[in-house]
Ligand binder design. Structure first.
Ligand code: PNS
Length: 164
């Protein structure tokens, strides 16, 4: 059985992320999607638990996908879940530098391989950082995230700036 790990901040989990999960589910027997606390980011829109629940709801139609949340080294999680590789999505060349650096560093730690998929046909503009900005400033991001994520983000009327 082949197992792949798809780690990310997923703050929030958006339609581009979902596409990567769907590609991974077509190529591997088992996919572990892990919401990870990126130590370089200090402010998150959603808690780790909220992000894990968002991913679970968004991937409910994919029976071979399991969801985890994790604080620690991604390579350690890969070993824990028995992943033979890490998968990441690339929207374009601008993603490659940092992703290649992480892939090579992770390989140097445990020998784990990282595979890249080019995802985001018609959605290459979607970025979690822009979604966070739009949401925090009171805009509508519903068309950029899976329905369960939009439902949670707006369940209490949205961010503070939208509330009376
Ligand atoms: O969605 P992101 O923010 O690009 O995800 C980055 C993430 C969480 C995958 C990366 O920051 C990470 O791997 N964090 C865990 C700590 C770790 O393993 N660091 C070494 C990476 S080379």
């Amino acid at each position: 059985m082949t197992t792949v790990l798809y780690p990310g901040s997923f703050d929030p989990f958006h339609l581009g992320h979902l596409e990567v999960v769907e590609i991974a589910a077509r190529q591997f027997d088992r996919v572990i999607v892990a919401a990870v606390n990126n130590p370089q980011k200090t402010t998150f829109l959603s808690t780790l638990e909220q992000r894990r629940r968002d991913i679970e709801r968004s991937c409910a139609h994919l029976p071979t996908v399991e969801v985890a949340d994790f604080s620690g080294l991604v390579v350690d999680l890969a070993q824990q879940v028995g992943a033979t590789a890490i998968i990441k999505g690339l929207r374009g060349a601008s993603d490659l530098d940092i992703e290649a650096q992480m892939a090579l560093t992770n390989h140097s730690l445990t020998g784990v391989d990282t595979l890249f998929v080019v995802a985001g046909e018609g959605r290459g503009h979607i970025a979690a950082s822009l979604i966070r900005d739009i949401y925090r400033l009171g805009g509508d991001v519903s068309h950029l995230v899976p329905t369960p994520v939009a439902e949670r983000l707006y369940e209490d009327g949205g961010p503070p700036s939208r509330q009376p």
